[in-house]
Design a protein around this ligand. Sequence first.
Ligand SMILES: Nc1ncnc2c1ncn2[C@@H]1O[C@H](COP(=O)(O)OP(=O)(O)O)[C@@H](O)[C@H]1O
Ligand SMILES: [Mg+2]
Length: 240
Amino acid sequence: MIAASARDVVMEFAGGDGPVRVLHGASLEVPAGGLTLLVGPSGCGKTTLLSVLSGTLAATAGEVEVMGERLSALDDAARVRLRRRRIGFIFQQYNLLPSLTAAENAAIPLVTAGMKLSEASRRAVPVLQRLGLGAHLDRLPRQLSGGQQQRVAIARALVHEPSLVVCDEPTAALDAKAGHTVMELLRSVAAAPDRAVLIVTHDSRIHGFADRIVEMEDGRVLGERPPPSRNDGYQGAVHD
Ligand SMILES: Nc1ncnc2c1ncn2[C@@H]1O[C@H](COP(=O)(O)OP(=O)(O)O)[C@@H](O)[C@H]1O
Ligand SMILES: [Mg+2]
């Protein structure tokens, strides 16, 4: 089962001297039941491809499917619904709401889906506990470290049990121990046969967690490279 796919995706942004083409016909399949890493040099279009695949940006050309639905065939409301229900987002910016506690922030996708905040916050507790935040449930974002805030954002991306979890540099701000915890959790999410995790990264420490590593360069997907055989955690140095 393919959780998400992009076929011949072209993406252009408006520039001073006319449109700037950032994706030149990129194709990618994200199979369910696994963790796919999308790697490549800075500026090659990883974040843009992730945004197109998750319906955050509309492609200039090409086809995108998420859980069997063609995004271009959906109207805006249906696309928003699909994104809210089926996709969890972990981005570099955490965007936590400053007046809500950790548990309330993590509960937001459930509240958006119609659950009462108190009930939704209770549901968020085990996810936060798994991320090592069980003692910080009632803290506000400003009372948490950067790494703790990022883990709240990760809990928020998982709380509604989305089919597809997309992550942009999820371990960039984390130390090795916190990064390991996060990757273990994402790997266990990806192990469910009907769920997929797609991670954009240039943190080579996390290559050992991948089921597949897909390489990108200059707005194109080059192909797959085998993941390292030792599949048990952080390894090697970080290069940024
Ligand atoms: N909203 C935008 N408007 C114009 N150019 C953009 C926009 N977003 C990204 N770009 C450009 O697209 C290219 C690819 O960016 P990005 O997808 O962020 O790369 P990566 O995530 O691999 O570092 C870069 O040259 C970047 O400057
Ligand atoms: Mg990026």
